[in-house]
Design a protein around this ligand. Structure first.
Ligand SMILES: Nc1ncnc2c1ncn2[C@@H]1O[C@H](COP(=O)(O)OP(=O)(O)OP(=O)(O)O)[C@@H](O)[C@H]1O
Ligand SMILES: [Mg+2]
Length: 425
């Protein structure tokens, strides 16, 4: 046999330096400013913070600052906190009962490997705060510094140490949008914690400590049409709010899923939502909802994805069944019981008008005695409509039978006062 013409040199095995290992870990964990922000805010919540202040410059690419009033750290803690694989959060080595948001001991060293990280921290009974820096992997040991009890983390020049990654950053507006989405998810998962968020000196939100209902209303802004849901089955508990079929969006950005206090974006849960809403919303539209699933910690594995946003459930069928059944029962069409599905009649083209400034309510008499209001729509695709602007300002009420009566669901359009009436579509 002819010998190969180009024989590659035998590859040499070598041990990677800690710095390269940190850069690789950072590649997984810190994809963009929003990911670094998520790690810092999660650390604050894990530290028991009841108040979080967050400010970003240039979408977080230039500066991310997170200040909390949590338990704080000693100077020795600070040094360990930026060391790879050091964590205070794993009580045992089995990884079966993870009750904190973090557990990998990787976020801070990863961020400090690719950016300029400054940590200032003070325990509540300490006389002074201590400050440490880690810039592109170079550590400056802690020195006393002014600072209130709690921790302040500043991340500057994200990816300055990995310029190739910096090139992938999008505009400040896009990166800021991702950061805002991350913070809204965390805000929903921890309503007990006051949160103030500013983006390039613009106040995005300032939530006081709230009940779950108040926080959901503040984040979703759908206070009129929230339907409460609270069901338990086989040790799983699903609570939260769904909006009726008329309050849909073009993307899934208004779907908030929290599992054991962790905001997640899990494919199994997303599919269950799609299935639950399939009978009642147009293909391509996404419902608005905020759901919290609680289950025993040993029935869910959170160690599946470096960003910890995907899960593996021990009882997938139970989770899926509870999600689909509970959402459908909440929507009031009872498809979870006996396969009854709500059918929409074509919207009645009524020309009920309301003053634009007044809260939108259905006309007296819109609901008959066997019906409840199952949804108030504020958005419509406007497909085929000759007046999309007017449709955007319209509302649609959906009336349905609370018992899931097969008679289905009626709806009526409502248009702003003074509008020429129902547009053609
Ligand atoms: N804001 C904070 N307040 C108090 N302690 C903190 C704070 N941030 C970090 N720490 C301490 O630093 C340690 C390391 O944080 P880091 O985020 O790197 O890892 P982790 O949270 O343990 O795990 P993960 O990598 O999954 O986030 C934490 O375990 C915690 O003890
Ligand atoms: Mg962490």
């Amino acid at each position: 046999m002819k010998p190969a013409e180009h024989v590659l040199p035998r590859p040499t095995l070598r041990r990677l330096s800690n710095h390269v290992i940190d850069l690789i870990a950072a590649g997984e964990v810190v994809e963009r400013p929003a990911a670094a922000l998520k790690e810092l805010a999660e650390n604050a919540l894990d530290a028991g913070a009841t108040r979080l202040e967050i400010s970003l410059l240039n979408g977080g690419c230039d500066r991310i600052e997170v200040t909390d009033n949590g338990c704080g750290m000693t100077p020795d803690d600070l040094v360990m906190a930026v060391e790879r694989h050091c964590t205070s959060k794993l009580a045992d080595e089995s990884l079966t009962r993870i009750v904190t948001l973090g557990f990998r001991g990787e976020a801070l060293p990863s961020i400090g490997a690719i950016a300029r990280l400054g940590l200032t921290s003070r325990q509540h009974d300490a006389d002074t705060a201590w400050m440490l820096r880690l810039e592109g992997g170079l550590l400056t040991p802690p020195v006393p510094a002014p600072g209130a009890p709690g921790t302040r983390v500043v991340v500057e020049d994200l990816f300055f140490a990995t310029p190739a990654r910096r090139k992938f950053l999008k505009s400040a507006r896009v990166e800021g949008g991702h950061a805002e989405a991350v913070m809204r998810r965390l805000a929903l998962s921890a309503p007990h914690c006051a949160m103030r968020f500013t983006l390039d000196e613009r106040l995005v939100f300032d939530f006081p400590a709230q009940t779950l209902v108040e926080r959901v209303q503040a984040v979703l802004g759908e206070s009129d049409s929230l339907i409460t849901l609270d069901e338990e089955r086989h040790g799983l508990r699903l609570t939260g709010f769904v909006c009726g079929p008329a309050a849909t969006r073009a993307t899934a950005a208004s779907q908030f899923l929290v599992v054991n206090n962790r905001p997640v974006s899990d494919p199994l849960l997303r599919t269950a939502i799609r299935v639950a809403y399939r009978p009642v919303i147009e293909p391509g539209r996404h419902p608005v909802l905020a759901l919290h699933l609680q289950l025993p910690h040993d029935r869910v594995d959170v160690n599946v994805h470096p960003a910890k946003t995907e899960l593996r459930f021990a009882d997938e069928a139970d989770v899926r069944g509870l999600m689909i059944g509970a959402i459908q029962r909440a929507l009031g069409h009872g498809a979870g019981e006996g396969g009854v599905r709500m059918r929409f009649a074509a919207p009645a083209r009524q020309n009920i008008q309301y003053p634009v400034s007044a809260p939108v309510r259905p006309e007296p008499g819109f609901l008959s005695s066997h019906e409840t209001l199952v949804g108030i729509g504020a958005s419509f695709t406007g497909r085929g409509c000759n007046s999309p602007g007017l449709l955007r300002r319209s509302r649609q009420f959906y009336a349905g039978s609370p018992s899931g009566h097969p008679a289905g669901c009626r709806s009526a359009w409502v248009f702003p006062a003074g509008s020429p009436g129902c547009p053609d579509f």
